[in-house]
Write a protein that binds this ligand. Structure first.
Ligand code: ADP
Length: 483
């Protein structure tokens, strides 16, 4: 049984229109470390999702009428409650998702930082006054909330992916229907418990857990009362949602797959690069969309880097995230393990060598041994697809031009990282990488103060920062005539 200071945070009912409801069916949520059942959660269907959308639609007028300062105060209270309950929220998160408790706590604080940031931004939704084009004309531009936002989020960051979306949406006056991933609904419901306590009005934030993503997704995309979809997940599902949104011309924010290059140049601080790679690759057992997926190392430092990285990786403590000191938790499910195995088998068959790991962990279950592969080439699956597992594949390269070309040889363009010291090279490479975010001499770039998002097939829109409210606002131009 999960030990919590406040057991009421372990909520299994859906939250719709300010009411807690069990619905007709339930679905089980399991702990990926132990396989144990944590809870049976309300399994909502299409009718209940429609009801949630109706509730959000009803609530949007009053919520939008509140001043930015009023909405800000509510979000601020929510932020404070999230921080105050961070330990319990982290335990719930680790139990349903597997990541080590310290990382889960980090995620809760990271998620909360978006609620805090956008509580502050709520007061700063400025318009414009434009000099008129004729003597009797005056032009004003105002920004208004888009309306009801439908959100679909993945299991790898069960709290933060919702927080990054609901923060700006509520701040500017939108209302929100969240459909959390079927593996991790408990973190979303715990957020709703605290939203209610913070005074978020009924209908403004709704959580519709469900086991059938496709049916609920279809309804959210097709429903004319929803004005915008915000999604984090795979490019494949992003494409489906885009198609489903076409008939009602919905606005979309999409945070999709990545296949991040991580480049170590020969002028880099190799020790720092190893630490950067550890964070960029192995955080969340390699299950993040900004994870380094292809590690390119220049010839002169290749051997040193691969030895040092392999030594670090071989020393990782693997196990149940709730146990103190664990660095690598389980993978989310069998499908994730099989994909990781398939990527390693493909690389090995095409000539790569396994420096460390390379197979399921001796603990069994969903655990995979942290892996370093060397001698990688562009023909291997890992070069083209996100592995989403604890596998660091090393590619050797000779020149800057060559590696920039290799790095950009991807339909994805979310994050890119490189380690170097020559300032001219740093500037050149940062400009040339076809990605939305660049980490230079760092493997950790996520923060609420900077715009998160990708180019190419990695998505549309940005989350966080002063740009983060734009995705939830419409611009209205108002022309005064005969002045
Ligand atoms: P991941 O590999 O991170 O699970 P997915 O894109 O498969 O990425 O899933 C992201 C979210 O999208 C999850 O909540 C999942 O349940 C949901 N999802 C999957 N398929 C669909 C679909 N056809 N329509 C709507 N949501 C979907």
């Amino acid at each position: 049984m999960l030990e919590l200071n406040d057991t009421s945070l372990l909520e299994t009912r859906a939250y719709v229109g300010g009411e807690w409801t069990m619905g007709k069916e339930t679905f089980p949520v399991h702990n990926p470390s132990t396989g144990e059942l944590i809870a049976n959660v309300a399994d909502l269907g299409v009718a209940e999702t429609k009801h949630a959308i109706d509730s959000a639609y009803l609530a949007k007028k009053d919520w939008a009428l509140q001043t930015g300062k009023e909405r800000s105060a509510v979000l601020r209270r929510w932020f404070e409650l999230l921080v105050k309950n961070a330990d319990d929220l982290a335990r719930i998160l680790t139990a349903e998702m597997g990541k080590p408790l310290s990382e889960a706590r980090g995620e809760i604080l990271y998620g909360a930082s978006f609620i805090e940031w956008f509580a502050e931004e709520a007061k700063r939704i400025y318009g414009d006054v434009i000099p008129g084009h004729q003597r009797d004309k005056r032009i004003v531009v105002i920004k208004q909330p888009i309306g009801v936002v439908g959100s679909i989020t993945p299991w790898n960051f069960p709290n933060a992916m919702i927080a990054r979306k609901v923060g700006p949406a509520l701040a500017v006056g939108c209302t929100f229907v969240a459909r959390p991933a079927e593996f991790t609904p408990l973190s979303a419901l715990a957020m709703a418990v605290l939203a209610e306590r913070a005074g978020v009005p009924a209908g403004v934030f709704n959580v519709v857990p469900s086991s059938d993503a496709a049916r609920i997704g279809k309804e959210i995309c097709a429903n004319p009362k929803v004005s915008k979809i915000t999604f984090t997940g795979s490019t494949r599902v992003g494409q489906i949602l885009m198609e489903q949104c076409a008939p009602t011309i919905k606005k979309m924010s999409l945070e999709l797959g990545g296949n991040a290059p991580f480049i170590v140049f020969d002028d880099a601080d190799v020790v720092a690069a190893v630490e950067g790679a550890v964070i960029a690759k192995f955080r969340n057992a390699g299950q993040t969309c900004v994870c380094a997926n292809r590690i390119y190392v220049q010839s002169a430092v290749y051997d040193e880097f691969s030895q040092k990285l392999a030594a670090r990786v071989a020393g990782f403590a693997v196990g149940d995230g709730l146990t103190e000191g664990i660095v690598i938790g389980p993978m989310i499910n069998e499908a994730a393990l099989s994909k990781t195995e398939a990527h390693i088998a493909d690389a090995a068959a095409k000539g790569a060598s396994i420096v460390t790991g390379g197979k399921r962990h001796e603990l069994g279950g969903n655990f995979f041994a942290p892996t370093v592969l060397a001698g990688m080439t562009s023909e291997m699956l890992v070069a083209n697809e996100e592995t989403f597992g604890p596998v660091a594949p090393l590619f050797r390269f000779e020149t800057e031009d060559e590696v920039v070309e290799l790095a950009n040889e991807s339909e994805f363009g979310l994050a890119g990282y490189f380690f170097a010291n020559d300032i001219r090279r740093i500037w050149r490479v940062a400009e040339q990488l076809e990605v939305g975010m660049v980490g230079i001499n760092t493997g950790l770039i996520s923060t609420e103060v900077a715009p998160f998002g990708g180019v190419k097939q990695s998505g549309l829109g940005r989350e966080g920062s002063k740009y983060g409210t734009e995705d939830y606002l419409e611009i209205k131009y108002i022309c005064f005539g005969g002045v």
